[in-house]
Design a protein around this ligand. Structure first.
Ligand code: AHR
Length: 664
């Protein structure tokens, strides 16, 4: 009898302990703690890693206007009349005539003496080759001037193996003293990711050539001279709340001469003066001597892209300081007027009516209606008192003329320490709308910082823009960094903290965005591409899961002891409701190597649904990466989850990120 009693007590105690150890999550679907900003989960765009030229900007010809530092970079001249590489009679000459156009002074002069096709030509290597698709139309355009006889241009696309996979003849139509524009199109009969483009010249006489350009016809929205549709689609699929452009350090420039100047990126493409890309020589271990910014993708196109994909535009402008890691040039305060004027004019370009000076430029480019710009960044990763002094001058002028425009200020290159504390405090004292925080840290940091924003003042009028983050599997700027599952999982854990703190963080974006597998300088990156394919990383899928399930309001999800799940038992969680679609969306991260069974106790649902949709990103191997050659190893898998009346048992897979969507 006594023995039985003792056994009963022991069983009861075990049950009690088990109950205490149960991994119960309680969600209160009808208790709103904050509103999710419509700008949440956006995109950071920078022309790094061949993100613009050689990337999303679909131009296939590298150095189309002969304005690279080395005028014929990207081109080779082929002549049957060459002796050991020297061409007889200098049939192709580079002419530099600054009075022709300040922005595009160079062109080539082709002199022919009864040349047959195949005796003199130029070949362009593209950006690490050209991605050519079988059956697709390619649109060629050129600027030419021919005063004498007619020269024929034989156009050919050459495969990596050296065979002609597309060809046509372009006959310059007009003769005369002036420059003419010509176009023609042709269709490729084979696919090749490393093709080249060749022009053979035939005839007798001479011709001047400039702006030799070739675009695929399948650009985004079929726009002439437009963007790679597959890359834009990857952005659109994230349903971004905003797009920040054009960077990044590219805004600052290595020195002030290479800073980004938006006015030089609008208007006719041939008048946009190219400059060296600051990533050209930034890293000795990843030199890119052929990396220039042609600005074919300029501010008009960025605004148009934002509009196309439903994202709020967030331009960032130079604050009068070049990159402090490089030349660290500073414009004296009394000479800052031009910089400030650029900011004022940008707002007019975006929002002014089409009779205003800059609104007219926008209208002439094809967009008479305003772009409805609401925010503007001044400075990227700038720091020190110099930055704050300059920011104050911008702020005074911008607030006076455009008080509704929200300004974004930089808290430097690290999310902690003296530099950060000084900038964060100063900008908040100045009541700047957003402080831009950057995180390039190891995965441990991201896991540990899921609580970062829990202690921020939610009533502050200054909100956080988590403008650049990426888990570093090795260390910042290491070429060994991988977009592996560990980094993505750690970001997912961190992002639950951002989501929970929607009252504090109003914008967030991973950085950098794009990288070309043969042309990158920086790793990791959200999306990798080659000339024909787009490869979403595990990090992309995490970012996309948050962005496409952002909801409209945050609701509490608590774990044991009524606390947010911020790493207890290696679990992280956040929850939102979407008032538009009547859904409750729960995000759960299991950072443990084993499966974990949890109980989901959802209170306050409007209806009692019996099923939910569960989308899982998972790999038991934290080293998992996606590769461009194969379908993504790591991608979301969706299944139906049966909901029980009270607590629903959910098994979270090892190292997994799960999004549960309940229609209510
Ligand atoms: O995202 C790459 C670089 O990292 C950005 O240009 C800069 O802002 C940061 O240091």
């Amino acid at each position: 009898m006594k023995k039985n009693f003792l056994l009963l007590i022991a069983a009861l105690l075990t049950l009690q302990l088990l109950a205490q150890n149960k991994k119960i999550f309680t969600v209160k679907a009808n208790t709103i703690t904050s509103t999710v900003a419509p700008t949440m989960w956006g995109i950071f765009f920078e022309d790094i890693n061949m993100g613009a030229d050689g990337g999303i900007y679909a131009e296939l010809i590298k150095n189309r206007s002969f304005e690279f530092t080395k005028a014929l970079m990207g081109w080779t001249v082929t002549s049957t009349q060459s002796i050991q590489g020297f061409y007889l009679g200098s049939e192709i000459t580079v002419v530099n005539q600054p009075d022709k156009a300040l922005t595009n002074p160079r062109y080539i002069h082709v002199a022919l003496n009864q040349h047959q096709k195949g005796s003199l030509g130029v070949t362009n290597e593209g950006f690490r080759g050209m991605g050519i698709k079988k059956g697709l139309r390619y649109d060629f355009s050129i600027s030419y001037r021919q005063q004498t006889a007619q020269i024929k241009l034989h156009l050919e696309l050459i495969s990596e193996k050296g065979t002609v996979i597309a060809s046509t003849v372009f006959l310059p139509a007009k003769k005369g003293a002036g420059w003419q524009n010509g176009t023609t199109s042709f269709i490729a009969n084979e696919t090749d990711s490393k093709a080249k483009f060749r022009i053979w010249f035939e005839g007798d006489g001479s011709i001047d050539l400039d702006m030799i350009s070739l675009f695929p016809s399948d650009t985004w929205k079929g726009r002439k001279g437009g963007m790679r549709a597959d890359m834009v689609e990857a952005l659109a699929a994230m349903k971004p709340g905003f797009i920040r452009f054009p960077g990044g350090c590219i805004v600052e420039g290595h020195d002030l001469s290479t800073r980004y100047q938006w006015k030089k990126t609008v208007g006719p493409v041939e008048e946009r003066k190219l400059i060296i890309n600051r990533w050209n020589s930034e890293f000795a271990h990843r030199p890119a001597p052929d990396y220039f910014q042609t600005f074919g993708l300029g501010f008009y196109e960025y605004f148009q892209l934002a509009e196309d994909i439903g994202a709020a535009a967030l331009p960032i402008l130079n604050c009068g300081m070049s990159c402090q890691f490089n030349a660290a040039e500073t414009v004296p305060l009394e000479a800052l007027d031009n910089y400030i004027q650029d900011a004022l004019d940008l707002i007019e370009f975006a929002n002014g009516d089409s009779t205003s000076t800059w609104g007219k430029v926008r209208a002439q480019m094809g967009h008479p209606l305003p772009f409805n710009l609401t925010m503007l960044g001044v400075g990227n990763e700038n720091w020190g008192t110099q930055y704050i002094e300059r920011f104050q001058l911008f702020q005074a002028a911008l607030q006076k003329k455009y008080p509704a425009i929200k300004l974004v200020g930089s808290t430097g290159f690290m999310p902690m320490g003296d530099v950060f504390d000084y900038l964060n405090k100063s900008l908040r004292n100045m009541q700047v709308s957003f402080v831009d925080e950057h995180f390039y840290n190891r995965p441990e940091w991201f896991f540990a910082n899921a609580t970062r924003y829990d202690s921020y003042d939610r009533n502050s009028t200054t909100k956080v823009f988590a403008g650049e983050y990426a888990g570093q599997s090795d260390r910042m700027v290491s070429p060994e960094n991988k977009n592996n599952w560990l980094t993505a999982l750690s970001e997912a854990a961190f992002l639950t903290g951002i989501e929970r703190n929607a009252a504090v963080v109003n914008m967030a974006s991973y950085a950098p965005l794009f990288a070309h597998i043969d042309g990158w300088q920086w790793t990791p990156n959200l999306i990798w591409v080659d000339n024909l394919n787009v490869m979403p990383t595990p990090n992309y899928y995490v970012q996309q899961a948050f962005a496409t399930n952002k909801g409209t309001h945050v609701v509490p999800i608590t774990y044991k002891n009524n606390q947010p799940a911020t790493g207890q038992d290696s679990l992280y969680a956040s929850a939102v409701i979407d008032k538009i679609n009547n859904t409750l969306i729960i995000k759960l991260v299991n950072a443990a190597p084993q499966p974990q069974q949890i109980l989901l106790n959802v209170e306050g649902l409007k209806k009692k649904p019996t099923t939910a949709i569960s989308t899982v990103l998972q790999s038991s191997n934290l080293e998992t990466v996606n590769t461009i050659a194969a379908p993504p190893a790591l991608h979301p898998l969706t299944e139906t989850l049966a909901l029980q009346k009270n607590n629903t048992t959910v098994t979270l897979k090892p190292y997994s990120f799960t999004v549960i969507k309940i229609q209510q």
